[in-house]
Design a protein around this ligand. Structure first.
Ligand code: ZN
Length: 112
């Protein structure tokens, strides 16, 4: 099992596959599978059957999960797809961008 390095609402860039270079927001993280669902990336077409009366069947477009190893976080500070690391700052565990060194967000608050 691979550890997912991005979080929900992160902006990521796709580094491999048919959507290479696309950026989108992480809609969902599937830690068990090591996969993520990214807005407007890896769109899959599903045929929906009409369910009950008054409902229409049709084709729906929906994001399919991709491997989290195929995406990189787009740093909110330097705007580049970057590797991230974690470090301790003032007792809290934070995530930082390895490209520009800026702190991005807090992963774990300081223990009281
Ligand atoms: Zn950066």
């Amino acid at each position: 099992m691979s550890k997912v390095h991005v979080k929900k609402d992160d902006l990521v860039m796709v580094m491999t596959g048919k959507d290479t270079g696309e950026t989108g927001k992480v809609l969902q993280v599937l830690p068990e599978e090591g996969r993520v669902i990214v807005e407007n990336v890896n769109m899959a077409t599903k045929h929906k059957k009409p369910r009950g009366r008054g409902q229409q069947g049709g084709i729906i477009h929906q994001e399919a999960p991709i491997s989290s190893s195929n995406v990189m976080l787009v740093c909110s500070k330097c705007k580049r797809p970057s590797k991230t690391g974690s470090r301790i700052e003032n007792g809290a565990k934070v995530r930082f961008c390895k490209a520009c060194g800026e702190t991005l967000d807090v992963l774990r608050e300081k223990k009281q």
